[in-house]
Design a binder for this molecule. Structure first.
Ligand SMILES: [Fe+2]
Length: 145
């Protein structure tokens, strides 16, 4: 146990977090609508975002996971959230900072995560927001030229 997080719960969330990751955009949307999810404008534009919430639903339906902490960690693993438990942070950071990620700050953030889970989560979410804003601006410039 590190950061007062159950390794058992982290392992279960880690194994199941991407259950819907390889679904097509159409399937993500259809299956989310079938479960009555409210779909945001961002999710409509980028249906891949739905794989986190849908993954939590599939973990419950197919694997009988009822633990709200595990389901929350699966739901929040892609974008994070305003309110995050230590388990949410661990799964979010493990996903965002896994060794195959190539961005420059990855290993520094990994080291920070070992010392300060909250600070690492905040900084990783901040960098993700900057990255997405730059990507959006680049697309807008490309579209207008
Ligand atoms: Fe994912």
């Amino acid at each position: 146990m590190r950061h007062r997080v159950s390794t058992r719960k982290a392992r279960i969330a880690g194994m199941l977090h991407d259950l819907a990751r390889l679904y097509s955009a159409e399937r993500l949307t259809t299956e989310s609508q079938a479960r009555g999810f409210t779909i945001s404008a961002a999710e409509r534009e980028h249906p891949t975002l739905l794989h986190a919430r849908l993954g939590a639903a599939l973990a419950r339906e197919r694997f009988g996971i009822e633990d709200p902490e595990v389901l929350s960690a699966i739901e929040k693993h892609t974008t994070g959230a305003d309110e995050m438990s230590p388990l949410d942070c661990v799964v979010y950071l493990a996903d965002s900072l896994e060794p195959h990620r190539t961005f420059a700050e990855r290993s520094e953030l990994w080291e920070l995560a070992l010392r300060d889970l909250r600070a690492a989560t905040r900084e990783t979410m901040r960098l993700a927001a900057v990255h997405h804003a730059r990507k959006r601006a680049h697309l807008e410039v490309s579209a207008s030229s």
